[in-house]
Design a protein around this ligand. Sequence first.
Ligand code: ZN
Ligand code: ZN
Length: 406
Amino acid sequence: MKFLMLVLDGLGDRPDKRGRTPLEAAKTPNMDSLAREGMTGLVDPIRPGIVPGSDTAHISLLGFNPYEVYMGRGPYEALGAGLTLKEGDLCFRTNFATLESRTNKIEDRRAGRISGNLSELEKAINDIKLPCNFEFKQTVDHRGVLVLRGKKFSDQITSTDPHKTEVPIRKCNSLDKSKESVSSASIVNKFSDLAQKALEECKLNAERKRDKLPPANALLLRGAGVYHENSTVEDAYGIRGSCVAGTAIVKGVAKSMGLEIINVPGATGGADTDIKCKLDFALKTLETRDFCLINIKATDNFSHDGNFKGKTEMIEKIDAKLGGIVRETNKNLVVAILGDHTTPCSLKAHSGDPVPLVIKGPTTRVDLSRGFDEKNCMQGGVGRIRGTDLLLILMNLAGKEKLYGA
Ligand code: ZN
Ligand code: ZN
C-alpha cells in the first residue's frame, strides 16, 4: 500500500466575522467524504504555538526536526531551482531591483516585476570576476538564486535587501567575528557592487529605460544559508518518496531529503496551477515510490492577500478534482490532506495555530467527524499531533512500519 500527503499550503485559518473559516465555508464534498469515512485531527506543524515557515513545516512533515536540519532559505531555493549543491556552498535568494541612478536608492525591489527573457542579465552576472567560484540563476521573473562556492563560508552575515524602498542597498555585515563570516561578508559586498556595474551596462536595461520601465540594475541578496548534506527520508525511515510542487522552496526541501522531484507541466505555484495534472502525476509516481508529497500553494497566496473568498473558492476548486483520489482510498492508497501551517486571512501572515488533517485509507479507523474543517478536526480521532509524527502514522496505516520489540 502507498500513501499520499496532500499539503494545501496555509490551509488553516481563523473564523471571520461570520464565525467561519474558509475551509468551513467551502463546499468540499470529496474532503468531507474522506472525513466521514476516515479520521481527522489537528497537527502542530512544528510545536504548539510556533509559527512555521513553509520550509521548516515541510521538513517537519517529512519526519525531521527543523531545529536540527534547517539550513536557512537560500540552499532550499537553490536546490528547488534545480542547482546541484556541494557541502559548504553559501546560497542566497535574489531579486532584481531598480536603483535610482542619481541617489543610488532602491526605487523598486522587484524591478517592476521584470519578466520575459532575462538571459542577458543572467550572463552579465555570471561573467563577473570574484575571488571565489559562483553560480547565479534567474528563476521566475525578478527572482533568482546565487551560490558562492570553493571557499570556507559562513551564513552568519546580514542580507543586502533592506526590504523597503527609498533607501540604499544594505552593506552585508558579519554577525560574528569569525574569519569565515568576515570574508563571506566582504565577498558579498564585492559581488553586490560588481553586479550593479554589470547590470548597468546591459542592453536590456537601456531598452527598459527608453521604454520608461524600471531597469533591473541591482541584485538584492537575502536568506543566506550554507548547504549541508542531510540524511534522507530513505536513510531515516527506509521509504522512498517523490514530490510534486509548484514552488522552488518546497521542491528544495523535498530534494534535500532525498525525494524525487517530479516536474509537472502546468504546476505554477499559483491559482492557475493544473491541479488535476499534479494529482495524476503524483499517483503515477506511486507505481515506483512508497509515497508522494504534493503541495498546492495557491491557498497560501490568497491568505497572504487577505482574500477569504479567493481562498474558499480555491479550496472548492481543489476538492472538485479529488474524486479519483477518494476512489483510490478504497483500494490501496492512504491519503492525508492537511495544511503546512495556518495562514489566517485576517492576519495575512502565518500563525502558530494547528492545522486541520484528514486521513483515510481502505482499512483506517472511522471517527465521528462529519466533514473536513477546523471544527470537525478539533474533535477528530487522530487527536492533536506534531508534524514529525505524521510520517510514521501514515507508514503504519500503509503497512510500512516494522514491529518494534518481539
Ligand atoms: Zn506554506
Ligand atoms: Zn505563506
